[in-house]
Design a protein around this ligand. Structure first.
Ligand code: SAH
Ligand code: SF4
Length: 398
């Protein structure tokens, strides 16, 4: 594959455009909101009076039953099915490769329009199965401990590409229910976390539209409590997240002074700890059990002292919170080391004794580099290694 241009700008595919040209100019129905799908159906001649009902029917076939072929939509007239097939496709990102960890974690590399690639991770646990979804190719932010943040190439994913990751995973897990048969309520894919590649709040509209589809009762039908959006702290979008999406919120906190957080999560220079906490205090919650998750990556000798733990507790005072301690997932060339298990436990104890839940995230899928902050597309890795090779060859010549 030819090298893609390196740019720090976010390339956004216009939202109304077909997700992929492979459909022969046909537009993709996946990712459209209900009103947008209604407009699309009317535009191909569906009578306005019927359009809402048709959206409901097609929506169910796509998102409830996982159908990709209009011919399977048996409650629609044959001629109408043919008309739909003439104008539309039902398309999800193409799987390029799949790896399965010894602990059952699955990681897919999927290809999206323009030949870009993103990673999607599925983490099975005893009581749930969580899909870690990407919102951008790479990330414009440059958190110093995050592998994705070192990727130069960035573009926003479309709503189709975001919800398409969920549909692709359900394909691979083989868990689309069969029409007419009782639904199996024990879901393999029961939770979504927007914790893959990218900053979801820098791609707000597409993330919102995709998560609305995930929550839609006639669709994928996941409760808003089972969807968690993680942000590095894009303050102006935090209130909007609650108003327009209504999902659970996680915040990449990672530092207890502006000095250290500026270094770890550079967006802190724009919206500092105090501003961020103000926005979080205002984040409404449906019930007391809905707490904000503070993610805190444990970096050896950087942010992991007892004093840090105590400062953290003071800072979040009054916010219904749980603190998720993430042992740093190392990647080749990373400038940090993971804190020792003893250090992490001591930190967790201080937080727990102050009355907060402080789960330590169990590293999953480490053997396939599927853990948080390790995701980076294969194209980028290939390009980097070619560059490295060139540099090495250059050094030999000198
Ligand atoms: N951009 C969003 C969501 C994606 S990152 C955000 O930053 O919140 C998901 C989580 O993984 C974030 O908490 C992020 O800080 C954390 N993370 C990134 N790199 C990591 C690494 N190498 N080890 C552990 N956690 C990491
Ligand atoms: Fe982007 Fe999140 Fe990584 Fe920071 S931690 S670089 S915001 S993906």
């Amino acid at each position: 594959m030819a090298d893609a241009p390196i740019t720090q700008d976010v390339l956004t595919i216009p939202r109304k455009q077909p997700a992929d040209s492979s459909g022969g100019g046909k537009s993709n129905l996946v990712g459209l909101t209900r009103p947008a799908m209604r407009d699309a159906l009317i535009a191909i001649g569906t009578p306005e009076k019927q359009a809402k009902m048709r959206v409901g029917q097609i929506w169910q076939w796509i998102y409830q039953w996982g159908k990709r072929d209009f011919a399977d939509m048996t409650n629609l007239a044959k001629a109408y099915r043919a008309q739909l097939a003439k104008h539309f496709v039902i398309e999800v990102p193409e799987v390029v490769s799949k790896q399965v960890s010894t602990d059952g974690t699955r990681k897919w590399l999927v290809r999206i329009a323009g030949g870009h690639e993103v990673e999607v991770v599925y983490i099975p646990e005893t009581d749930r199965g969580t899909l870690c979804v990407s919102s951008q190719v790479g990330c414009t932010l440059t958190c110093s401990f995050c592998h994705t943040g070192t990727q130069k190439l960035v573009r926003n994913l479309t709503a189709a590409e975001i919800i398409g990751q969920v549909m692709m995973a359900r394909d691979d897990l083989n868990e689309w229910p069969i029409p007419g048969e009782p639904k199996d309520e024990t879901r393999l894919l029961s939770n979504i976390v927007l914790m893959g590649m990218g900053e979801p709040l820098y791609n707000f509209d597409n993330v919102r539209d995709a998560m609305k589809i995930a929550m839609d009762e006639e669709g994928i039908s996941l409760s808003r409590r089972r969807i968690t959006l993680s942000t590095s702290g894009v303050v102006p979008e935090i209130a909007k997240t609650s108003e327009e999406i209504g999902c659970q919120l996680a915040v990449s906190f990672h530092g207890t002074t502006d000095e250290i957080r500026d270094k770890l999560v550079p967006i802190n220079k724009r919206w500092n700890i105090e501003t961020l906490l103000e926005a979080l205090r205002a984040y409404p919650r449906g019930r007391n059990s809905e707490r904000i998750t503070f993610e805190y990556v444990m970096l050896d000798g950087v942010n992991d002292t007892d004093e840090d733990a105590r400062r953290l507790i003071k800072l979040i005072d009054g916010i219904p919170a749980k603190i998720n301690l993430i042992p740093f997932n190392e990647w080749p060339g990373a400038p940090y080391k993971r804190s020792s298990n003893n250090r992490i436990r001591a930190f967790a104890d201080i937080i727990y004794n102050a009355g907060y839940a402080s789960p330590i995230r169990k590293p999953r899928g480490e053997d396939i580099m599927a853990a948080c902050g390790q995701l980076k597309s294969a194209t980028e890795r290939a390009r980097k290694s070619r560059k490295q090779i060139e540099a090495e060859v250059g050094a030999l010549r000198d």
